[in-house]
Design a protein around this ligand. Sequence first.
Ligand SMILES: [Zn+2]
Length: 428
Amino acid sequence: MKRKVLIASIVFSFCMLTACNLSQGIFDENPIPTKISDKDKDIKESDDSDLVVTSMPTEPIEPTEMSEITNILEPTGIIEPTETPEVTEIPKITEIIEPTVMHEVTEIPGPTEIPGITEILNPTEMVEPTEIPETTDMPKVTEIPTPEPTETTEVTGTPEPTVSPEPTFTEYITKEKLIWGDDWKYADYSKIHTDTPILYYSNSKNRKNIVVAVNAGHGTSGGGKVKTLCHPDGSSKVTGGSTAKGSTYATAVSSGTSFFDGTSEAAANLSIAIILKDMLLEDGYDVLMIRESADVQLDNIARTVYSNQYADCHIALHYDSTETDKGFFYIGVPNVSSYRAMEPVASHWKQHNALGEALLAGVREAGIKICGNGNIPLDLTQTSYSTIPSIDVEIGDRKSDHSEAKQRKVAEGLLAGINLFFFGESEE
Ligand SMILES: [Zn+2]
């Protein structure tokens, strides 16, 4: 037994000694030099990073696997989850934007036309341009694969100004907001010109490059309290009318009359103006719309000055205050020598009367009842400041039919008269 014990203790001691050396070689950062093999010496002289890889041939798989895992984890585990909440937030934004953008976009003729408008717009009236950035957000919305983008593309594709109740032709039209020019001729005589007319460009194949100013009479809140000079030279009115003969000042814009059914003349003037506008644009005329709502802050001189600046003719639309349904007539230039000698009347009164006669012929041809010979001369502010062919037409009076059907018939006659004026009987 003692011998077995002795042998066992010798074996045990040998094992312990070996294990101790092994542990020093593996775990000690500074292994005993005598225990390092020649192979280990070569490794020791090499770079640390090489040492890690080559000294532990069974270990390298684990580090490379680790790095692969961390590479995968970083994008999927950290970035993507934070992006996903953003995506879910965007549908909320589209729900908010769409109702407001729907209206804003419909006021803009078309996305491709926006740059042109912003270039022309008055810098102080950058309301529409600031709305445009909201529409530029829409591409972000369309990138999101939700059913709503198809609705937004429809919105951008349907331009229709809300100012016009009849958007029949407006999708083919570009509009331009004008800027008042203080240096324009007679601009100083105007007292009310804080609003601006809109210039519509026809996109008809037969565009004529002729601008017709369509002036829906009246419709300037407060215009009756302001006075403007009747004539630019300060002389007095040569005829009576809404302003008495001999007056040097007249109301800037009067309130107008009203129909027996309670409709205001201003409202009826506006409705036929819009009908005429659409007809003109479809026919290839550009249109300067002086007024497009119940109130425009432009007095009669401002309306005339704008027309002088931008239009080739100026047609003011009115109904008279009589109660006999006497028929259509235009207000010609009075045959008073002093008046016809006064500028700008002297240089343009024949054009005014010629336009009046052409419109009269067109309306007569359309079967509209005419009052007398269709010409009642009056000294009007409009005529007194016009430097382009300019006329005031009285479509009817307080008793006259002002239904849409009747107004459309009158407008067709006016369009025929405008064609007659610019192109003569032989054309169109
Ligand atoms: Zn009137």
